[in-house]
Write a protein that binds this ligand. Structure first.
Ligand SMILES: [Zn+2]
Length: 447
């Protein structure tokens, strides 16, 4: 079960904490998110969307995560109590508020052993949406997802990450506002039109009855926020970029705050590899793994025990600039013989197998350092020759396992990215970026 440890706090403490959250946020006041809500905290709690971000109590997150995992079938309050360790009273209090906020709804009744049928509850996926944006060096990809992570809108556009902050911000704002606009949302601080409904037949809408999604006809997009994923290094906690390899002009740029001001919604900034790793973890990849992304650069997203490991300075996963060859070719980072430089050089020479062997050597170092359960591969270069890369990396890991006497760590192409991975790792990163907004609601993603 992918949920955080409930810890020693019992139902009494839980109820107390939730009561504070409940009264503090004025549940269901129905106002719309405004420009003033920019920034992560969302503390003024005037809207359903902001309420969601304000609902970050541990126990509410546990309940929301179980509701989401249960899907359309739903889960009873009794099961919620059993599986969270909370008292039935605490669960009732939490679910009452989630229902009042339109986040949970009845999903019918289910027979229970020996007792009368119990009402089961389900998450209302369309009660909240987030945008995820992948800023690659040459392409922008944006997705709009519902609370369940289902993609309900997407856009791609060419991008020059070196075109300067103003040009890139304009591109991002255009894509985000385009996605909101398509779905009837209004991100720019302006209130959405009162009572404007979400189109019932919209793509991605579940077939299940959607009644009760919101109180009093307030069924419209609740803009929760925008997640931006781009090549590192950067500071995830402050949303400030560092010296992105090849784009030194971004060094020190406060991307999160600049975009939050512009869009009027909370913004989260993370490395592309962390976003992909988070998307994979939320999507069901359990345990500990490394996601290695070889595209225009090479990086890693690390998930340790179910949580993305970023490190206190978001410095973890700078895999591409591990030096494998002291006198190797110059790398864009200024050093010599980095895994990234060796890989990209081999690819440029048309020696894909050699690139795979280099990647495998780096992966074997990671396996030795971190004792992870599996290695997942993605990125445009890998996707152009997936069998070659999986085989090459596997061979190096198997050779290592023969030396150490361990079982070889499995390697495969990262699944996900919508439609069983067919749209590739760009989609995986964009969807993961949206999860960086959503995952904290479900008690996930903070590593
Ligand atoms: Zn380097």
């Amino acid at each position: 079960m992918n949920r955080t440890n409930g810890g020693p706090d019992g139902g009494g403490a839980a109820a107390g904490r939730d009561a504070v959250v409940g009264t503090g946020t004025g549940a269901g006041t129905g106002a719309t998110i405004g420009a003033g809500a920019a920034g992560r905290a969302g503390g003024n709690g005037a809207t359903a969307g902001v309420n969601l971000l304000g609902l970050r109590s541990h126990n509410t997150a546990l309940v929301l995560d179980l509701l989401r995992t249960a899907g359309a079938e739903g889960i009873s309050r009794l099961e919620l109590a059993e599986r969270t360790g909370l008292t039935p009273q605490a669960v009732s209090k939490i679910t009452a508020r989630l229902r009042a906020d339109g986040l949970a709804a009845d999903a019918g009744r289910r027979a229970s052993t020996g007792g009368k049928p119990r009402t089961v509850l389900r998450l209302v996926p369309e009660a909240g949406h987030a945008v995820g944006v992948h800023l690659d060096r040459d392409e922008l990809r944006a997705v709009l997802v519902d609370l369940d992570g289902t993609v309900v809108g997407e856009r791609t556009a060419p991008l020059d990450l070196g075109a300067g902050a103003e040009a890139v911000l304009t591109r991002v704002a255009g894509a985000v506002e385009g996605l909101w606009g398509e779905r009837g949302g209004k991100p720019r601080g302006a209130p959405a039109e009162p009572g404007r409904p979400v189109e019932p037949g919209a793509p991605g809408a579940p077939g299940a009855p959607r009644g009760g999604a919101a109180v009093g006809g307030r069924r419209r997009l609740s803009p929760l926020g925008v997640g931006i994923a781009l090549p590192g290094p950067l500071d995830h906690a402050r949303g400030v970029l560092h010296r992105v390899t090849g784009f030194p002009e971004w060094d020190g740029f406060p991307l999160r705050d600049a975009l939050a001001r512009r869009l009027g919604v909370p913004v989260v900034v993370d490395k592309d590899t962390n976003a992909a790793a988070l998307g994979l973890a939320v999507g069901g990849e359990g345990g500990s793994f490394a996601y290695l992304h070889l595209g225009t650069g090479l990086g890693a997203g690390l998930v340790i025990g179910g949580s993305v490991h970023r490190g206190p300075r978001t410095g973890a996963g700078e895999f591409g600039h591990q030096v494998l060859q002291l006198d190797g070719p110059r790398c864009g980072c200024g050093d010599r013989g980095c895994v990234e430089a060796l890989c990209l050089d081999a690819v440029a020479r048309g020696e894909t197998s050699e690139a795979a062997r280099v990647l495998g050597t780096g992966a074997a170092n990671l396996v030795g350092l971190l004792d992870i359960d599996r290695v997942l591969l993605g990125g445009r270069i890998v996707e152009a020759a997936p069998e070659t890369f999986v085989r090459g990396v596997r061979e190096v890991l198997e050779a290592r396992a023969r030396r150490t006497g361990d079982t070889p760590v499995p390697v495969r192409i990262a699944s996900g990215g919508g439609e069983e991975g067919r749209r590739g790792s760009g989609q995986l990163v964009a969807e993961g970026a949206a999860q960086s907004v959503l995952a904290p609601l479900f008690g996930r993603g903070d590593g």
